[in-house]
Design a protein around this ligand. Sequence first.
Ligand code: UDP
Length: 239
Amino acid sequence: MSQVKYKRIILKISGEALAGDKGQGINPTVISHLAQEIKSVHDLGVEIGIVCGGGNMWRGESGEKLGMERAQADYMGMLATIMNALALQDGLETAGVPTRVQTSIEMRQIAEPYIRRKAVRHLEKGRVVIFGGGTGNPYFSTDTTAALRAAEINADVILMAKNGVDGVYSADPNIDETAEKYSELTQLDLISKNLKVMDRTASSLSMDTEIPLIVFNVNTEGNIKKVVLGENIGTVIRG
Ligand code: UDP
């Protein structure tokens, strides 16, 4: 454990990161890759909470654009995050990692309800806790959920797993050749430079809690472990 920099982490996995190349749905190869990556960190004794997004299946905003009521569409998004949580649980358990899914919206037949103290107990016992259902409230995001759960469980860091992007850039590196990668930023920088890393509610909460956030590319093998060991990959965003 001595070489581990972060002993308790929240890993934020967006829906997109579960979808692979197609950008939609759940890709089993991606799930098993992620499971192995998470296992390598679990094997170090790191306590891991995971917050799943749902954008690979449904986003409230898209529903609103189709004419739905926003809150209703957001609840559908929350359900999508629970499907992802179950898929990830399956992958992790196949890899031999003990897990519990806790949902912010009760679904007792398939997962535990979110109970902070119980979640912490699971972590202490070496179980990976997957938080499904976001905050349980419409108009919020799973980035905000990551910031919230990180504060609730006293996480040392939030690791924001990105699909193919290795940090935060001044512009889109796929479009702009002059785009530069930042190694360090503050939450205030994200807002003032209008960098789309997380939404403002999530940034503002992270500013209050001062829990650092690290944005990194989860597709490269060994990266989650590198971040946990304190290697300087990706972009660190301080509160
Ligand atoms: N959502 C919500 N409240 C929350 C978290 C999520 O209403 O606390 C809904 C919202 O509609 C969102 C969808 O769930 O669009 C999927 O979550 P998110 O967009 O954060 O997923 P990601 O972009 O990380 O895949």
